[in-house]
Design a protein around this ligand. Structure first.
Ligand code: F0G
Length: 478
């Protein structure tokens, strides 16, 4: 097994974690309606639900938080963040907001009208939902290679330029208020986008006069992939590559909870002054005054430092090394994953691992629940539960191409032995995969249903211990 780069930091503060026994885990997941979002964090041993807001901050960030300027207007901390954003992103204007979806909400409120279309490689769930909430249609135009989990393409997050052009010509520019791309492509396996593709996307949008926004939550990870994989970039720094990426766009929306290396925060940045003024008014309405935008001054300080720390090469080498390590462990155990792995997560192909569970019985969710039962590990389903929507015209359910379970790695949080444990638990889960039941929904809201949905197993899982089985069978709803 390849040696992976060790952590370029040492641990100064720890947080205890405990593994509940099997029966307690069974009771917890049942109480949560078989939805891992419904668990309490104390019921989880290793939490790979998300890499968002789960980062460990550095001593420099914590120290800077004490210097946070909490003035309502014109805070010093705002200007520190402005400097970092100017240095890395280079857009003319920016507005802080409390997290990525607030930036999405503001952008959609300003630009999206009912019946309009917004293309991207793949919209993430909240972006998708914010567009739908304004009556718009999110459109995913990622390259076909992205839908083949086994295909080792270096930039599987790329957009299909041919499809994009045909789409724009078919729908007409008047119905496309903005075009987007997500780096890295979270919903498509955390895959990077090349600079060559970003350039082509930018030129296409420009040709048609469509404003181009990058969903840039994981910009540093994307930049490092470009450095490693795209010819001509090996000698450039992640900062230089990032600047080159953003110079191609008219703006960006960023959740700082990922590559901002913080626990809360985000921003929207743009070059268009009129859009900025409109967005600023929305921000004041929804988030707060433009120099704090829904955050405390100390949060702005932490983001300013996080955005710079995340671009350090030893950090990025370790970060990608960790994901690669986990991916290699799983591949050695013959667990099907999306290849090559992205930077922030490893995605298991649940459809391939659980072929006996059809898409309308949520194979991804079934696997995620079972991994929790097996070893107290929380993962997240990115498949039919998160992404199946009724077609706007036919009302028939459109299922996503991939049924994935994401193992997201919080930044600077877990060690290699945690990852070894994760691999062992998944090996155990896979060994008994035929016994894993499908699920049915008992409650689901219309938008973003995976966060609060309630489910029930379709048949009694043999995994459950005898006592639980008896209780479950005797309860009226089984
Ligand atoms: N865009 C992408 C690509 C994301 O991955 C996320 C969040 C957002 C936008 C929204 O940002 O959470 O700060 O409001 N992704 C998290 C995840 C939730 O688990 O992947 P937010």
């Amino acid at each position: 097994m390849a040696i992976h780069p060790p952590e370029p930091f040492r641990i100064k503060m720890v947080e205890s974690i405990k593994l509940l026994d099997r029966k307690a885990r069974e009771a917890a997941i049942r109480r949560a309606g078989y939805n891992l979002f419904g668990l309490r964090s104390e019921e989880i041993f290793i939490d790979l639900l998300t890499d968002s807001g789960t980062n460990a901050m550095s001593q420099t960030q914590w120290a800077a938080m004490l210097e946070g300027d909490e003035s309502y207007a014109g805070a010093r901390s705002y200007f520190r963040l402005a400097e970092a954003i100017e240095e890395i992103f280079g857009f003319s204007y920016f507005l802080p907001c409390h997290q990525g979806r607030a930036a999405e909400h503001i952008l959609s409120t300003c630009l999206v009208k009912p019946g309009q279309y917004i293309p991207s490689n793949t919209h993430f769930d909240t972006t998708d939902a914010n567009i739908r909430a304004r009556g718009g249609h999110p459109v995913n135009l990622v390259i076909d290679e992205a839908c083949d989990p086994k295909l080792r393409h270096p930039f599987k997050g790329n957009m299909d330029i041919h499809k994009l052009r045909i789409f724009i010509e078919k729908v007409g520019v008047k119905r496309i208020p903005l075009g987007m791309i997500t780096v890295t492509n979270n919903a498509g396996g955390g895959q990077p986008v090349s600079l060559e593709n970003l350039r082509a996307v930018s030129e296409t949008y420009k040709e048609f006069g469509i404003p181009f926004f990058i969903d840039a939550c994981r910009f540093a990870e994307n930049a490092y992939f470009i450095k490693l994989r795209e010819s001509g970039y090996a000698a450039k720094s992640p900062l230089e590559i990032s600047r080159e990426m953003f110079a191609l766009a008219d703006g960006a929306i960023v959740s700082a909870k990922k590559d901002g290396l913080v626990n809360i925060g985000g921003f929207i940045a743009m070059n268009d002054e009129a859009l900025f003024e409109q967005a600023r008014n929305e921000l004041i309405l929804q988030e707060g005054f433009p120099t704090y935008g829904g955050l405390a001054g100390r949060d702005l300080e932490a983001i300013a430092i996080g955005l710079r720390e995340v671009l350090q090469e030893d950090y990025l080498r370790y970060r990608l090394g960790q994901t690669t390590y986990l991916a290699e462990c799983l591949l050695q155990l013959n667990i099907p994953i999306v290849e090559p792995p992205g930077a922030h997560a490893v995605y298991i192909d649940a459809e391939l691992l659980l072929p006996h569970i059809p898409q309308d019985q949520f194979p991804g969710q079934a696997l995620a629940v079972q991994i929790y039962l097996e070893g107290g590990i929380r993962t997240v389903e990115l498949g039919s539960l998160a992404f199946a929507y009724p077609d706007t015209e036919t009302d028939q359910i459109v299922y996503p191409q991939l049924e994935l379970v994401r193992l997201a790695l919080p930044r600077r949080v877990y060690t290699q032995s945690h990852l070894n444990y994760v691999a062992e638990v998944i090996e155990e889960t896979a060994a008994r995969r035929e016994q894993i039941p499908g699920y049915r929904l008992t409650y689901a809201p219309k938008l973003l249903r995976h966060f609060t949905a309630q489910l029930k197993p379709l048949k009694q899982a043999k995994f459950f211990s005898e006592t639980t089985k008896l209780t479950a069978l005797s309860s009226s709803d089984q």
